[in-house]
Design a protein around this ligand. Structure first.
Ligand SMILES: NC(=O)c1ccc[n+]([C@@H]2O[C@H](COP(=O)([O-])OP(=O)(O)OC[C@H]3O[C@@H](n4cnc5c(N)ncnc54)[C@H](O)[C@@H]3O)[C@@H](O)[C@H]2O)c1
Ligand SMILES: C[C@@H](O)[C@H](N)C(=O)O
Length: 336
């Protein structure tokens, strides 16, 4: 059920909060609804305000979270929602991802850069904690690809990657210069079944599961079979995000953290899917996304996140595969 923000305001009785009140930008994307649902489960029905420029996605509607229209590049509108809803935490998700960003570089430049600037300004002006996810896309072809360190060479060659480095550095600047409580995780490619991915280079890892559950059970993959990439199941991503958001500030030795979980290729995934769907077929037609994938890490060193705030992913490739297939099949049978 979709809820409306007038109820949200009615329950905000003072300016001091023992519970966080979290605004998510770009909440209609792959990750927003899942995060909203987890946060409401943890902090109660009034804890989350989802915002986006599209009508609420099914995952946002089923999360039960309040929804308001917000173009995150509009500073006045953004500030108004933060004030009216007594927001204590901002999760800035709105962005154009890697592949779609290369098709629309000027649009990506505006949304990803301006959106970040506005979100940080609002966080500074109203004292909100701000989480902005970065990505494996913040690395580039000259970065060490195996066990990529937290601090290393960052010379990405996509507009999305450039914008993620900008978000990391600008957030750290706002932290040092203005005391903004900026927190950032570099997500790998995220795999989920409730919402489709938004146009990235890791989308194959989602598409293959949905194709496997079609009657013909066949998928044509846009990167080569041996393209190993860092990937993660959405429950691990959401848990990591919330854990960092709530972590004791004194324990944070840095503001931007690598998060690692799994590394696998389309060929590895096809073998895992065939353990459940033996007739699954995969073939390959690499396109421009191959060059992007080849410029990104294979795995990340996430020792800092493990040490500082206890990051620990739960899902293996086998567990993720079984859970994805079971949920997609239940969804198709009308049971989800
Ligand atoms: N999904 C992944 O695999 C992944 C991996 C690494 C990092 N991330 C980061 O996590 C965040 C969320 O990713 P996602 O996969 O949910 O993205 P997505 O592309 O699925 O969703 C982005 C959302 O932003 C919204 N949006 C576009 N323009 C907007 C505007 N002007 N104002 C407000 N909203 C606007 C879109 O309508 C969309 O709902 C992004 O910052 C992304 O870079 C995602
Ligand atoms: C990796 C991540 O940022 C996104 N899934 C992309 O491929 O663009």
């Amino acid at each position: 059920m979709l809820r409306f923000s007038s109820l949200f305001v009615r329950n905000a009785s003072s300016n001091s909060f023992s519970m966080p009140r979290i605004l998510i930008t770009g909440a209609n994307g792959q990750l927003g609804g899942e995060l909203a649902e987890a946060l409401r489960g943890r902090f109660g029905p009034d804890a989350v305000l989802c915002t986006d420029i599209r009508v609420p996605a099914p995952s946002v509607q089923s999360s039960g979270a309040y929804f308001r229209y917000l173009d995150c590049t509009n500073k006045d509108d953004f500030a108004r929602l933060v004030v009216e809803h007594r927001i204590t935490h901002i999760v800035h998700y709105a962005a154009l991802l890697s592949a779609i960003g290369e098709r629309n570089p000027k649009e990506a430049l505006h949304l990803n850069m301006r959106g970040t600037e506005v979100a940080l300004e609002v966080a500074q002006n109203y004292g909100s904690v701000i989480m902005i996810p970065s990505s494996i896309a913040a690395f580039g072809p000259t970065t060490p690809r195996m066990n990529t360190p937290n601090i290393t060479i960052q010379r990405p060659n996509t507009i999305y990657g450039v914008s993620k480095v900008y978000a990391e550095l600008l957030g750290e600047y706002y932290h040092k210069r203005f005391g903004v409580d900026f927190r950032c995780v570099r997500y790998p490619g995220i795999i989920s079944w409730k919402s489709a991915p938004g146009g990235g280079t890791t989308d194959w890892s989602n598409h293959a599961f949905f194709a496997a559950c079609e009657p013909q059970s066949a998928y044509t993959c846009f990167v080569r079979p041996d393209t190993k990439m860092p990937l993660m199941y959405v429950p691990d991503c959401i848990k990591g995000t919330i854990d960092l958001m709530l972590a004791d500030e004194k324990k944070l030795s840095c503001r931007t953290y690598n998060l690692n979980a799994l590394s696998f290729s389309p060929d590895d995934l096809a073998r895992a899917i065939r353990r459940h769907v033996p007739h699954f077929k995969i073939d390959y037609a690499p396109d421009m996304r191959q060059a992007i994938a080849d410029s990104w890490p294979v795995s990340l060193d996430d020792a800092d996140a493990r040490r500082d705030w206890g990051w620990q992913p739960q899902y293996s490739l086998e567990a993720l595969t079984a859970d994805m297939l079971q949920n997609i099949m239940a969804q198709r049978a009308g049971k989800k």
